[in-house]
Design a protein around this ligand. Structure first.
Ligand code: NAD
Length: 372
């Protein structure tokens, strides 16, 4: 396929390559869809082996952001940026400030945030050059670490799952197997234990597991056994692709609901889960709490408002299940359908207005005025 055929297939509006030889800046920004508003998505810094790999990643991730923002009821489109390089050794002030100027040159069509390999410190540097950035430190009007909000949204989504499956929304009456206790997993375990739930945990990082055992009295499980735990809910909070041909038959839970992205290796695996009677909370819908929190940042941050918005995850997940039942489709498909319906409906009514808005967004003033 040619590049344009590729983009036609995936529905992307724009892909931009930024390059600066002096500071070894190689960045690709993909804007998937701006019908609902400016494209919003994180900046991933990763030592991709090839440019093709980086391109594939940014196209896939930006498309997912379109669905996440749409299902969350936010007026944002989907975008993502990948920066080719090592997050350990490749960072400099010059790099992120140059990137800030490039992002500014997109005229508001893309708003950047932190992602794998980037931090609030990096966003602070980008903010020196453009206001099209969120996730800076609080001192700059940022909302800080999004993980507690992602975990909180996941808890509300879990409540909606329990309500659907058992007719009550009380996690304290159930047990949970949590895979990955990094930023999101840690906060989720904390919330679940505060509800009185029994929690099994696993992680590659044994120190982290021990910390959770000490701090929250969680029960440690060897990594390869987490799929076999006899619990009510399996909660993936590590990497993607873990619901696959090997793991679906092993799961002994009633619900899969966690914060990780791209949990299903394929949609077919989501369908297989349901065929086994396991309720699946679509990942991009249940883990949108961090994005909601960052969206509030653009309106002048208020933690109280962020918490109220994150609470709506309950209704979003409940609506997905209702749609799935009404249309006799799996939950992953119901989520896609709801997201696409919203984009289509808004596109029909408001497209010209939204396109103007996407170009017009201007929130806070950057620290320094960039040269573009
Ligand atoms: P993190 O890196 O802080 O935590 C991930 C944890 O998973 C680490 O402790 C790591 O050691 C562990 N891990 C990795 N592979 C594992 C394996 N095979 N088995 C068990 N543990 C393993 O990342 P995070 O920010 O907590 O994100 C976790 C997931 O949630 C990712 O899929 C991320 O894309 C998704 N997510 C995060 C946010 C957020 O706000 N941070 C928002 C939306 C989605």
């Amino acid at each position: 396929m040619t590049m344009f055929e590729n983009l036609g297939e995936s529905g992307h509006e724009q892909v931009v390559f930024f390059h600066d030889r002096e500071i070894d800046l190689r960045c690709i920004v993909a804007i998937h869809n701006t019908v609902l508003g400016p494209a919003f998505g994180g900046l991933r810094m990763w030592p991709y082996a090839t440019e093709q790999e980086a391109l594939r990643d940014v196209l896939r991730l930006s498309r997912a952001m379109t669905y996440k923002a749409a299902i969350a009821g936010l007026n944002f489109g989907g975008g993502k940026a990948v920066l080719i390089g090592s997050p350990e050794t490749g960072k400099s002030e010059a790099l992120f400030r140059a990137l800030g100027r490039y992002i500014g040159s997109l005229g508001g069509r893309y708003i950047v945030a932190e992602d794998v390999g980037t931090t609030a410190d990096d966003m602070d540097l980008i903010y020196q050059e453009t206001d099209r950035v969120v996730g800076m430190h609080r001192v700059h009007g940022g909302s800080g670490d999004p993980s507690p909000f992602t975990a909180l949204g996941t808890l509300y989504g879990i409540r909606a799952c329990l309500q659907r499956r058992f007719g009550h929304a009380e996690p304290g009456r159930h047990s949970f197997a949590v895979q990955g206790v990094g930023s999101v997993g840690y906060h989720l375990v904390k919330l679940l234990r505060a509800e009185g739930a029994k929690v099994f945990v696993t992680d590659i990082n044994q120190d982290r597991v021990e910390q959770l055992v000490d701090e929250f009295k969680a029960e440690a499980v060897p990594m390869h056994q987490i799929y076999d735990v006899d619990a009510t809910v399996f909660s993936p909070c590590a990497m993607g692709g873990i619901i696959n041909e090997d793991t679906v038959p092993r799961l002994r839970v009633k619900i899969v609901a966690g914060g990780a992205n791209n949990q299903l290796e394929s949609n077919e695996c989501g369908t297989q889960l349901e065929a086994r009677g396991i309720l699946y909370a679509p990942d991009y819908a249940i883990n949108a709490g961090g994005l909601m929190n960052q969206a509030i940042e653009l309106q002048g941050y208020s933690e109280e408002r962020a918490r109220r918005m994150v609470q709506t995850t309950y209704d979003i997940i409940a609506r997905i299940f209702e749609t799935a039942e009404r249309d006799r489709i799996p939950s992953w498909q119901a989520a896609d359908q709801l997201a696409e319906e919203r984009i289509r409906a808004v596109g029909r009514i408001k497209l010209p207005y939204m396109q103007q808005r996407a170009g017009r967004y201007s929130g806070r003033a950057p620290h320094t005025v960039s040269s573009e």
